[in-house]
Write a protein that binds this ligand. Structure first.
Ligand code: IMP
Length: 178
Protein backbone atom coordinates (compact mmCIF):
# COMPACT_ATOMS: atom_id res chain seq x y z
CA UNK A 1 0.00 0.00 0.00
CA UNK A 2 1.17 3.52 -0.68
CA UNK A 3 1.12 5.64 2.48
CA UNK A 4 1.81 9.30 3.03
CA UNK A 5 4.06 10.08 6.02
CA UNK A 6 4.32 13.62 7.37
CA UNK A 7 7.53 14.59 9.14
CA UNK A 8 10.29 17.15 8.91
CA UNK A 9 12.79 14.70 10.46
CA UNK A 10 14.83 12.92 7.79
CA UNK A 11 16.14 10.27 10.21
CA UNK A 12 12.59 9.31 11.12
CA UNK A 13 11.53 9.18 7.49
CA UNK A 14 14.43 6.87 6.58
CA UNK A 15 13.56 4.45 9.36
CA UNK A 16 9.84 4.44 8.56
CA UNK A 17 10.54 3.93 4.84
CA UNK A 18 12.87 1.00 5.57
CA UNK A 19 10.50 -0.67 8.03
CA UNK A 20 7.53 -0.07 5.67
CA UNK A 21 9.38 -1.81 2.84
CA UNK A 22 9.64 -4.96 4.94
CA UNK A 23 5.84 -5.00 5.23
CA UNK A 24 5.30 -4.32 1.52
CA UNK A 25 4.29 -0.67 1.97
CA UNK A 26 5.65 2.20 -0.05
CA UNK A 27 6.15 5.24 2.17
CA UNK A 28 5.89 8.63 0.52
CA UNK A 29 7.41 11.61 2.31
CA UNK A 30 5.39 14.77 2.80
CA UNK A 31 7.96 17.08 4.30
CA UNK A 32 5.88 19.52 6.29
CA UNK A 33 7.23 21.38 9.28
CA UNK A 34 4.20 21.56 11.55
CA UNK A 35 3.96 23.27 14.87
CA UNK A 36 4.25 20.71 17.63
CA UNK A 37 1.39 21.32 20.01
CA UNK A 38 1.96 20.77 23.71
CA UNK A 39 0.06 18.10 25.57
CA UNK A 40 0.25 15.96 28.70
CA UNK A 41 1.01 12.78 26.81
CA UNK A 42 2.70 11.79 23.55
CA UNK A 43 -0.63 10.29 22.35
CA UNK A 44 -2.39 13.60 22.94
CA UNK A 45 0.25 15.52 20.98
CA UNK A 46 0.17 13.07 18.05
CA UNK A 47 -3.63 13.10 17.91
CA UNK A 48 -3.89 16.90 18.12
CA UNK A 49 -1.27 17.38 15.39
CA UNK A 50 -3.02 14.90 13.06
CA UNK A 51 -6.43 16.50 13.69
CA UNK A 52 -5.02 19.90 12.76
CA UNK A 53 -3.11 18.67 9.69
CA UNK A 54 -6.12 16.69 8.41
CA UNK A 55 -7.86 20.01 7.73
CA UNK A 56 -5.02 21.05 5.43
CA UNK A 57 -3.93 17.79 3.80
CA UNK A 58 -7.45 16.39 3.25
CA UNK A 59 -6.26 12.93 2.18
CA UNK A 60 -5.06 9.93 4.23
CA UNK A 61 -1.68 10.32 5.93
CA UNK A 62 0.12 9.36 9.12
CA UNK A 63 2.60 11.06 11.41
CA UNK A 64 4.52 9.90 14.43
CA UNK A 65 5.41 11.54 17.69
CA UNK A 66 7.95 10.03 20.01
CA UNK A 67 9.60 10.69 23.32
CA UNK A 68 12.14 9.47 25.82
CA UNK A 69 10.88 8.54 29.28
CA UNK A 70 13.41 8.29 32.11
CA UNK A 71 11.99 6.39 35.09
CA UNK A 72 14.23 7.94 37.79
CA UNK A 73 13.19 11.41 36.56
CA UNK A 74 9.47 10.57 36.86
CA UNK A 75 9.06 10.23 33.11
CA UNK A 76 10.99 13.36 32.07
CA UNK A 77 11.45 14.49 29.31
CA UNK A 78 8.39 12.57 27.93
CA UNK A 79 6.17 15.00 26.01
CA UNK A 80 8.94 17.64 26.24
CA UNK A 81 11.56 15.45 24.52
CA UNK A 82 11.89 17.65 21.49
CA UNK A 83 12.40 20.86 23.49
CA UNK A 84 14.80 19.19 25.91
CA UNK A 85 16.85 17.78 23.05
CA UNK A 86 17.12 21.24 21.48
CA UNK A 87 18.06 22.90 24.75
CA UNK A 88 20.22 20.62 26.93
CA UNK A 89 20.69 17.73 24.47
CA UNK A 90 22.36 14.40 25.16
CA UNK A 91 25.12 15.97 27.24
CA UNK A 92 22.54 17.64 29.46
CA UNK A 93 20.71 14.35 30.04
CA UNK A 94 23.97 12.61 30.95
CA UNK A 95 24.67 15.41 33.44
CA UNK A 96 21.17 15.18 34.94
CA UNK A 97 21.72 11.44 35.42
CA UNK A 98 25.11 11.86 37.06
CA UNK A 99 25.20 9.65 40.19
CA UNK A 100 21.71 8.24 39.52
CA UNK A 101 21.73 4.48 39.99
CA UNK A 102 18.42 3.57 38.35
CA UNK A 103 19.14 4.30 34.68
CA UNK A 104 16.07 2.59 33.23
CA UNK A 105 14.34 4.44 30.40
CA UNK A 106 12.05 3.80 27.49
CA UNK A 107 11.23 5.27 24.13
CA UNK A 108 7.60 5.67 23.16
CA UNK A 109 6.34 6.19 19.61
CA UNK A 110 2.76 7.05 18.77
CA UNK A 111 1.51 6.94 15.21
CA UNK A 112 -1.55 9.00 14.37
CA UNK A 113 -3.27 7.88 11.17
CA UNK A 114 -5.88 9.99 9.39
CA UNK A 115 -7.86 7.58 7.21
CA UNK A 116 -9.72 10.36 5.38
CA UNK A 117 -12.36 10.52 8.10
CA UNK A 118 -11.03 9.84 11.58
CA UNK A 119 -7.69 9.88 13.38
CA UNK A 120 -6.57 6.65 15.08
CA UNK A 121 -3.43 6.15 17.20
CA UNK A 122 -1.03 3.21 17.56
CA UNK A 123 1.69 2.92 20.21
CA UNK A 124 5.06 1.19 20.46
CA UNK A 125 7.59 1.11 23.30
CA UNK A 126 11.11 -0.17 23.87
CA UNK A 127 12.83 -0.47 27.24
CA UNK A 128 16.48 0.36 27.72
CA UNK A 129 18.88 2.40 29.84
CA UNK A 130 20.58 5.78 29.76
CA UNK A 131 24.29 5.40 28.99
CA UNK A 132 26.95 7.22 30.98
CA UNK A 133 28.55 8.57 27.79
CA UNK A 134 27.57 9.16 24.17
CA UNK A 135 28.43 6.27 21.85
CA UNK A 136 27.88 5.47 18.17
CA UNK A 137 27.57 7.29 14.87
CA UNK A 138 24.21 6.18 13.48
CA UNK A 139 20.66 7.33 13.99
CA UNK A 140 19.56 10.66 15.40
CA UNK A 141 18.35 12.44 18.52
CA UNK A 142 18.86 10.52 21.74
CA UNK A 143 20.21 7.41 19.97
CA UNK A 144 23.83 7.85 21.26
CA UNK A 145 22.68 7.69 24.92
CA UNK A 146 19.97 5.00 24.69
CA UNK A 147 21.34 1.58 25.60
CA UNK A 148 19.58 -1.54 24.37
CA UNK A 149 21.17 -4.82 25.48
CA UNK A 150 24.55 -3.21 26.04
CA UNK A 151 24.77 -1.20 22.80
CA UNK A 152 23.40 2.25 22.11
CA UNK A 153 20.85 2.66 19.32
CA UNK A 154 23.50 4.79 17.58
CA UNK A 155 25.85 1.77 17.64
CA UNK A 156 23.22 -0.62 16.29
CA UNK A 157 22.76 0.95 12.84
CA UNK A 158 19.92 -0.78 10.93
CA UNK A 159 19.49 -3.31 13.73
CA UNK A 160 17.71 -0.55 15.64
CA UNK A 161 14.82 -0.96 13.18
CA UNK A 162 14.19 -4.52 14.33
CA UNK A 163 13.45 -3.60 17.94
CA UNK A 164 12.71 0.11 18.16
CA UNK A 165 9.61 1.86 19.54
CA UNK A 166 8.99 3.06 15.96
CA UNK A 167 9.13 -0.50 14.61
CA UNK A 168 6.69 -1.68 17.26
CA UNK A 169 4.21 1.16 16.64
CA UNK A 170 4.41 0.61 12.88
CA UNK A 171 3.81 -3.12 13.33
CA UNK A 172 0.52 -2.42 15.12
CA UNK A 173 -0.43 0.25 12.58
CA UNK A 174 0.31 -1.91 9.54
CA UNK A 175 -1.56 -4.88 10.92
CA UNK A 176 -4.62 -2.65 11.47
CA UNK A 177 -4.70 -1.54 7.83
CA UNK A 178 -4.19 -5.10 6.53
P1 IMP B 1 9.53 14.08 17.92
O1 IMP B 1 8.68 12.88 17.75
O2 IMP B 1 10.14 14.47 16.61
O3 IMP B 1 8.83 15.19 18.61
O4 IMP B 1 10.73 13.62 18.83
C1 IMP B 1 10.96 14.10 20.11
C2 IMP B 1 12.43 14.07 20.40
O5 IMP B 1 12.86 12.74 20.56
C3 IMP B 1 13.30 14.67 19.30
O6 IMP B 1 14.34 15.40 19.90
C4 IMP B 1 13.86 13.47 18.57
O7 IMP B 1 15.15 13.72 18.07
C5 IMP B 1 13.89 12.43 19.67
N1 IMP B 1 13.63 11.11 19.09
C6 IMP B 1 12.51 10.68 18.49
N2 IMP B 1 12.66 9.44 18.04
C7 IMP B 1 13.92 9.06 18.36
C8 IMP B 1 14.67 7.88 18.12
O8 IMP B 1 14.24 6.90 17.50
N3 IMP B 1 15.92 7.89 18.60
C9 IMP B 1 16.45 8.95 19.28
N4 IMP B 1 15.80 10.06 19.51
C10 IMP B 1 14.55 10.14 19.04
Amino acid sequence: MRLLFITSNEGKFREVKEIGKGYGHEIEWLRIEYEELQGNTIEEIAKKSADLLSKEVKKPFFLEDSGLVIHALNGFPGPYSSYVFKTIGNKGIIKLMDGVENRRAKFIAVIAYFDGKDVKTFKGEVEGEIATEMRGEHGFGYDPIFLYNGRTFAEMGDEKNLVSHRRRALEVFFSSIG
